[in-house]
Design a protein around this ligand. Structure first.
Ligand code: GLC
Ligand code: CA
Length: 558
């Protein structure tokens, strides 16, 4: 059992644009984050992952970077960043930066040079191809609709962009590109940051020979998954590890779209040659449709249990998991697995926080923030949702009203509405006009109210985090073995964690009805103590187990 601080941490993700606006321009900023560090300290987290704060024209809210060593104008200055970093460190909170190096902005100096002529010295920093029969070089689609290729009038060639056309893909096969990226990463490490979350890092190595991919029925282009886990990705990450990561005591997490267990064992191998851990997306893809994510199916509980259990057991002792359900690309989990009630938020949190891996809390999740009733497409800001709506309705592949209801359920904007601080105007997020609408339920769901209520979702998260980080159970919760119980049960998610002869039992009723079950023989005989319970009653555990709607408990058993 190799111990490490990043295994024992709880991470909190901040989406700076929507967290707290300190100067009334309607956009969250760095000083806004600094002003809320005491709130985060009280919650008990010890690492912040900040979505990108670098200079950016904001085609994709900062995931399109124009200068990696400068701060976005709307977010403040480098002095504000340094202040945030030192104030966080003063409170024992580490800062992990978002590293977006699969692509840059088309306004990055490298790209402006690269596109200026075919002979430019930086031409090969990006991926340029001739037209094929007067058309795109391949049939690959962009993750944000349309082709992944954009025609460039000036030099009469196409460039590759797996995201928006303002996010050209870097050419990682060019050693000069790797030098530039590693140099920039070193600069941030020298500044004293504590790690990197690596954006779509599984996509940096493009497939050999640029083959066309299959076009699924009902789609217009081949899936961008064609570029996941490419031929040189591990070689490049090992080089990054040798040249940068291994020199610092930092944490690294790779956002790995399309990662399989076998691939995850390479990206996050315990031998430490690549990254510390990965984000995998299988569990949040269980409710996707056949063609794309735009559907309203619900995740079946047995399928969810099987999937999470597979990751828990197969990575055990060989790699390390990230535990998450919410981030800036996902709808709110409480509206997805739960029923928007605080008790369902606590139930879902219990299931996640007692698993093995490093938990990530996404801003507002600790308050039970829900999906937002945006209504018309004009109220959305997210490029993915807006482009999909126009592309699919204009091609008559989807009916507008039906598609809009799916976007309401799955849009990334559900996670991006302003943080609900209190019941004053704009939820206390800004004194100006917020860049995106505030969820109208902020009078009922907000931090001020929850801080004053010992029974709130906030205080429940605080307790879960304390149990993991600072209790007699910490070692077991972080390092113990996981075992699933009742795999077929349609309502109850049950598992045990054990270490050195001590054993915890976690029971979560994922339904708004009473749930009954019988635990298998050999699990235990009696409850020794209760660590947490989101309901007033304590059920009879061994014998006639009955859990109240959304009830979740964790207890020590013998
Ligand atoms: C990642 C980010 C997402 C972004 C995309 C392109 O998936 O999490 O928000 O749009 O990469 O950078
Ligand atoms: Ca601001």
């Amino acid at each position: 059992m190799n111990k490490a601080w990043w295994k024992e941490s709880v991470v909190y993700q901040v989406y700076p644009r929507s967290f707290c606006d300190s100067n009334g321009d309607g956009v969250g900023d760095l000083n806004g984050i600094t002003g809320k560090l005491d709130y985060l300290k009280e919650l008990g987290i010890n690492v912040i992952w900040m979505s990108p704060v670098y200079k950016s024209p904001n085609d994709d809210n900062g995931y399109d970077i124009a200068d990696y060593q400068d701060i976005m104008d709307e977010f403040g200055t480098m002095e504000d960043f340094d202040h945030l970093l030192s104030e966080a460190h003063n409170r024992g909170i580490r800062i992990v930066m978002d590293l977006v190096v699969n692509h840059t902005s088309d306004e990055h100096a490298w790209f402006m040079e690269s596109r200026s002529s075919r002979e430019n010295d930086k031409r090969d920093y990006y991926i340029w191809r001739e037209a094929k029969d007067g058309k795109e070089p391949t049939n690959w689609g962009s993750c944000f609709s349309g082709s992944a290729w954009e025609w460039d009038e000036k030099t009469q060639m196409y460039y590759l962009h797996f995201f928006s056309k303002k996010q050209p893909d870097l050419n990682w096969d060019n050693p000069r590109v790797r030098d530039e990226v590693f140099h920039m990463m070193t600069w941030w490490c020298e500044k004293g940051i504590d790690g990197f979350r690596m954006d779509v890092i599984s996509m940096i190595s493009k497939p050999d020979g640029f083959p066309d991919g299959p076009i699924p029925e009902g789609a217009l282009y081949a899936d961008s998954a064609i570029t996941c886990n490419g031929p040189h990705v591990h070689e490049y990450l090992q080089e990054m590890n040798r040249r940068v990561l291994s020199k610092y005591d930092i944490m690294t997490v790779g956002e790995c779209a399309g990662v399989t267990i076998e691939e995850a064992k390479k990206y996050a191998n315990a031998d430490g040659t690549e990254l510390n851990m990965v984000f995998q997306f299988e569990h949040v893809g269980l409710d996707a449709g056949e063609v794309d994510k735009w559907c309203k199916d619900k995740i079946s509980l047995p399928a969810l249990k099987a999937n999470l259990t597979k990751w828990q057991t197969e990575l055990n002792d060989v790699a390390w998991n990230s535990l998450f359900f919410c981030n800036h690309d996902q709808p709110r989990v409480i509206s997805r697995l739960g029923d928007d009630s605080p008790v369902s938020a606590k139930c879902i949190a219990t299931m996640i926080h007692f698993m093995k891996g490093t938990p990530y809390v996404y801003q507002g999740e600790e308050l039970g923030m829900t999906n937002c009733p945006f209504g018309s497409i004009e109220n959305y800001r997210d490029i993915e949702s807006i482009n999909a709506y126009h592309e699919l309705t204009e091609a008559n592949l989807r009916e507008p009203k039906e598609l809009l209801s799916c976007i309401a359920y799955k849009s990334r904007d559900n996670a991006r509405t302003p943080m609900q601080w209190d019941d004053s105007e704009n939820a206390g997020f800004s004194t100006g006009t917020p860049w995106i609408m505030v969820n109208p339920n902020y009078k009922e769901i907000n931090a001020a109210k929850e801080l004053a209520d010992p029974d709130s979702v906030f205080h429940y998260y605080q307790k879960l985090i304390k149990l993991r980080r600072d209790s007699e159970w910490s070692e077991l919760i972080v390092y113990g073995d996981y075992e699933l119980l009742l795999p077929e049960d349609e309502q109850i998610f049950a598992y045990t964690r054990s270490l050195n002869g001590r054993r915890l039992l976690v029971l979560c009723n994922f339904s708004d009805r009473m749930a009954e079950a019988e635990l298998p023989d050999g699990v235990g005989e009696k409850v020794l103590s209760v660590l947490i319970n989101n309901t007033e009653e304590m059920p009879e555990v061994f014998g006639n187990l009955r859990l109240a709607p959304w009830q979740a408990i964790c207890c020590e058993i013998a």
